[in-house]
Design a protein around this ligand. Structure first.
Ligand code: FPP
Length: 258
């Protein structure tokens, strides 16, 4: 029964995956929970942090694939508000990794016309990291290609609580009447303001949950799970997720869309 939830790489292996892709029906916004770095590393007898290092390579590959196929928005979960519970050495390693990733990739992102944006409690990150993240956003803000959102110190509930507080204070000050509160008002108070909702949500490494990622934005997302650990996730598997997404009947609460 559970097996059906996971993708099968054996299906349609005779036709290459990019030929199965319908370029007119691409998801506009893809979310990815990049899970399994630790398990990938320990499975190889390595320390957990080498899994995160390997995960960076996968992330670069998937970003390039979005650029190649014109997938407009990619949002990835890099560090949650709950990840502070991890050992300090791992947390520090990840913070340094975000910093080195930017230093190494920012020129290439500009060449690729990528606009990077960070979502989450970015200003509460340690040391100079908030400035580095804001500088990267500033440098790429006029780029018109793929919008690359990286969730760092992000929690979906925290995002909604913050939105509720902002809206309540507008009501309290008399700038907003309660009857005017609708989906759009909530959207406008989220980190993803002005972006369309998530169409396709991918999670690697076998767990079948959302883990507090984009709770509001994924309300009608199609979910796609694989047992592959993030460092082993390939562009082909990413395209397979999109091909499978294109076969789904998205009814948005109505009747068949076909
Ligand atoms: C989940 O795997 C992964 C993370 C908490 C970190 C994700 C970070 C990267 C992929 C590094 C690159 C990111 C950027 C933006 C440069 P896990 O450690 O929970 O794995 P496990 O469940 O097997 O322990």
């Amino acid at each position: 029964m559970l097996k059906k939830i996971f993708s099968s790489k054996k299906e349609k292996r005779d036709i290459s995956i990019d030929k199965q892709l319908d370029l007119n029906k691409l998801p506009q916004h893809v979310g990815i929970i990049m899970d399994g770095n630790g398990r990938w590393a320990t499975g190889k007898g390595l320390i957990r942090t080498s899994g995160h290092k390997a995960g960076v390579k996968t992330l670069k590959k998937i970003l390039k694939t979005c650029i190649k196929y014109n997938i407009p928005i990619l949002t990835v979960y890099a560090f949650s508000t709950e990840n502070w519970k991890r050992p300090m050495t791992e947390v520090n390693f990840l913070m340094n990794l975000f910093s080195s990733f930017l230093a190494e990739q920012i020129d290439e992102m500009c060449e690729d016309n990528v606009r990077i944006h960070f979502i989450g409690r970015v200003d509460e990150l340690p040391g100079n990291l908030p400035n580095e993240l804001h500088a990267a956003e500033e440098r790429t803000k006029n780029n018109t290609g793929v919008r690359f959102n990286v969730a760092v110190n992000y929690g979906g509930r925290d995002e909604i609580v913050t939105a509720v507080k902002n809206i309540a204070s507008e009501v309290q000050s008399g700038d907003l009447s309660i009857d005017k509160i609708d989906d759009k008002v909530i959207d406008d108070n989220l980190y993803t303001k002005d972006l369309p909702p998530v169409d396709l949500m991918i999670r690697t490494s076998g767990d079948i949950r959302l883990s507090n990622f984009l709770l509001w934005q994924a309300a009608y997302a199609e979910f796609w799970f694989t047992k592959t650990n993030w460092p082993d996730f390939s562009s082909e598997e990413f395209l397979q997720a999109i091909v499978d997404f294109q076969k789904r009947d998205r009814r948005f609460g109505g009747l068949s869309s076909k």
